[in-house]
Design a protein around this ligand. Sequence first.
Ligand code: ADP
Length: 830
Amino acid sequence: MPSKKNGKTRRKPTNAYTRFFDAQKSLPVRRESVYVLSKQQRQEQEQQQSRQIKLLPDCRPHAKGRPVWPPRNDVDHFMVVTEDHTQSGQQQQQLSSGAPQLSSGAPQLDAICYDVMREPLPPIHMEGTDIVPTIRGTRLSICAEHTHFPLVSRIARSMGFQQVPEHRLWNVQWTDCTPHHDLLRGMKRFQQINHFPGMMEICRKDLLSRNLNRMLKMYPGDYRIFPKTWLMPTDAYDVATYASKHKRTYILKPYSSGRGRGIWITPDLKTVSKREKLICQTYIERPLLIDGFKFDLRVYTLITSVDPLRIFVYNEGLARFATHKYVAPTLGNSHNVYMHLTNYSLNRRNSNYNVGEGADGGSKRKLSAFNKWLLEHSYDVAEFWASVDDAIIKTIISAWPVLKHNYHVCFPRHDKIQGCFQLLGFDILVDWKLKPYILEVNHTPSLSADELVDKEVKRALIRDTLNLLTTALVDKEQIIRDDRFEHRTRLLRKVYQNKRGMPQGTPGSFPSPGREAGGCETPMAQACSIGALAQQIAWEESHLGNYRRIMPPMDSDRVNYYCKFYDQTKHQTLFANTESSRRREQLAHKAMQRQYREKRQQEVLKQRKQQDPLLTISPVVLQSRRRKEEFEAQRCKHRALIAREIYRQRELLLAPTCAKEHLGIWQSVVKIPKMEERPRVRVVRCTSGVCRPLRRKQLRNVSRRVRQQREMEREAREDTRFVEQHAMKQSPPCQGGTSQQSVAKKRSRSQTLICRSMDKWAPGTISDGEQQEHSIWLQERTKQLNGSNLREMIFSKMYQQGHLTKNDIKRFPDLLFHMLSTGVPTADTP
Ligand code: ADP
């Protein structure tokens, strides 16, 4: 919105902008066309000194300490940009005749050039550096709300930019973060922002290495501009293979951190976690050293347009030094970050940090000081910087398809000036052969001015960057008016169509500049018209400041050389190397590895079989054997458990108790029979324990013996009863007997009975025959009792009480027999 204030703004009489437009106005034809002025005519005009634009054939920067660039006297033409490239017939005739008598002070033009890319332009230096960007009464504005570098707004203010908040219609926005897609889409045609969408393709370490690796695969001879890099964990196999063949030191960096955070050096990749997301790079072990210190270069690069690609490199920059003298990495020193890393944020914490104010000896020096050192040590400075420029161009070209695509998607209507510019900070390491390596690209290089050297470099950098922008070439008010008109037209068209009932886009309806005839918006409009582009080129060439243009290169051979890299999408589709394709590749790789491993195993097995005949046994047999062994082991375990339980029960049973004593079991159990008296139970083993008929026989024996035992008990009871009855009639003293205790018991009981029946009964005498008969009977009975297998009775008792199962008896008859016969547990029992 044009404000009333703007009308009151005092217009400075002379400055670069007014001079530029005055020069254009003084041309004989209408503005915004591209003309070429021959060298001969230029010289004539220079002699006449009747021009307002002064051409300087020598573009050599005159400030001390700057690198020297060759003068460009060989350029044959100079291009002038005017407003419109459609000429009236009369004017064209006038131009082509070659003898126009121009009005006083106007340059003579002899041809029209549309192909602006093919014409290398000599840099023009316009007099005056006190630029105050006030054109046509409108003051340029900048929004620096989202940058934490105060130097930007300070310099912009000093240049006459007005500071505005984000919601106002700013001309330039300088921000530290990547702008959101919505912000980009909503930008007006006169606005510019300091980030290109998609620049992360080279500003994130992982994406950069992916892009450079892709380009290296396509152009192996050209892209050796960065150290060998792998992405972990995806490339873990490749790096392991490489490490097995080459003894190198590696540097590991997190994907997207900065300032040296999380970086470490190791010669042994086995220590690296297989799952961590890291960049693994070969460590450059022999860097170029100055005074024994390692250093890297911060080279500031400005991209003003991506289609066509225009890149400028700032001649001044910083060399950042480590603060410990460099020694090749060993196990002892690899943790020393002050020796191996050159980050300013790390090294400033070291007490050795030297604030040298940009002069020789400081930990941060200017590039001009570095150039001086190179010259002193007889290095070819121009060649070195040419290789740096080459590496920078190649790095940016690796992301060019994405940059171009994203730009056209986000800025389809930016037809007057470029919607973006980007100041990048390239970190470059130089090795002992003076070969530059791209380490990293910073999308927001630090513009803080901590030291004097920073101030000297960065102030000029910001000023020259803002100068180089073509912001001033657009008429903000005019664009706002045009946009309003267009908007109104669109609305009116709708109303008109609704009234008439006409479909959209029918002939006779109002045309819309941003729309096609069919009514749909042009998705990929040509961003800048040739005229606008030519204006931009002319502006940039005349406002280089301390920048040098590296893309398009000055040399036409180099132009052709770089052309092949623009064709990268022809060899491969743009997104061919996506995550999924990489995953597929990995899976294929893994499958191949597995196949190879299996094949190898089979071969080894074959070899072993040939050596060892045992291995010829079929694997099925081997497996059944293994199963059998396992089963046997389990069986043993179970056996041991049961044996332990039986032993415990036996102990319990054999413990003397009153009940047992009463039954008369105790005596027979305590009296361990001799070995020869043991019942001989024949045990025939078969694979599954005892054979069935024998088992049945044994069981039958057991039950028979139990029956016998019961019979004998019953007899014993009857005997007792008989003795008692007999004692009532006769009271002979019981002699002998099964045992002394029972005899004593019986005697005492018979005595009581005798005492009770004393009054009715008179004792008689026992004859010797009777006595003898009784003693014989007792002897026989004792013999029979001794002969019976009481241990088996115990066993049957255990079985009855549930301490033994049928299964146990079936499975371990030999064990039970052994225990019962010997009274000691087997080897299995603990
Ligand atoms: P950051 O973004 O954390 O600064 P860099 O990639 O810039 O990470 O690396 C930090 C420092 O580590 C560099 O300044 C450089 O001194 C050193 N460095 C990085 N990569 C290598 C390498 N491949 N060989 C030798 N030194 C390296």
